[in-house]
Design a protein around this ligand. Structure first.
Ligand SMILES: [Zn+2]
Ligand SMILES: [Zn+2]
Length: 155
C-alpha cells in the first residue's frame, strides 16, 4: 500500500502544470474523473485509487518515496484557441464565489483567467480547461455546464 502523502499529490500537480496538461486531458488519459483529480491535487490522496496514482507517477517520472525531484521530460505543444478557457483551481482567487441553498459555487472569471487565449491561468498559473471537463462541450458563462450540469470548479 502506498502512503499517499500530500507531497505526492503536489508533485503530480506540479508535474502536470509543468507539462502543460489540463486536468481533464490527464484524467481522460489515466481513467479517472477530473473532479477526483482536482481534489487529489489539493492533497486528498484518497480520491484516486492506487493504480491511477501509479500511472500518474510513472507518466511524470515521480518515484514514490524518493525524495529527489525528477524533472518531467514531457512537453505538449501549445493549444491555439479563440475560446477563453477557465481555471479549474478552486484556490484561484479570481473566481466569483456565491452560494445557492447553502452550496458553494465558484464562477470562473474567464476574462481575468484567460485574457490572451492562452494555456495557463493568468492569475495562478494553473493549466486552463478549454471545454467542459465532464462532457467536452463548449464552455458557458457561469459556474455550471448547461449541457451536463457539471460544476466547472470542484469545491
Ligand atoms: Zn487560476
Ligand atoms: Zn458538460
Amino acid at each position: 500500500m502506498i502512503n499517499l502523502e500530500s507531497e505526492i499529490c503536489r508533485k503530480i500537480r506540479d508535474a502536470r502544470r509543468e507539462a502543460g496538461i489540463s486536468q481533464s486531458a490527464l484524467s481522460l488519459e489515466v481513467g479517472c474523473k477530473q473532479s477526483a483529480l482536482s481534489m487529489f491535487e489539493q492533497g486528498d490522496g484518497t480520491k484516486l485509487n492506487e493504480s491511477v496514482v501509479n500511472a500518474l507517477c510513472k507518466k511524470f517520472g515521480i518515484e514514490i518515496g524518493n525524495k529527489e525531484e525528477t524533472v518531467p521530460a514531457i512537453r505538449t505543444s501549445p493549444v491555439f484557441s479563440n475560446e477563453r478557457g477557465f481555471c479549474p483551481n478552486p484556490s484561484c482567487p479570481s473566481h466569483e464565489r456565491y452560494e445557492i441553498e447553502g452550496r458553494l459555487y465558484l464562477k470562473p472569471d474567464r476574462e481575468k483567467q484567460d485574457p490572451a487565449y492562452g494555456k495557463f491561468c493568468a492569475i495562478c498559473g494553473e493549466v486552463l480547461e478549454k471545454q467542459c471537463p465532464s462532457c467536452g462541450r463548449k464552455l458557458h458563462e457561469g459556474a455550471v455546464c448547461t449541457y451536463c450540469g457539471h460544476k466547472y470548479v470542484s469545491v
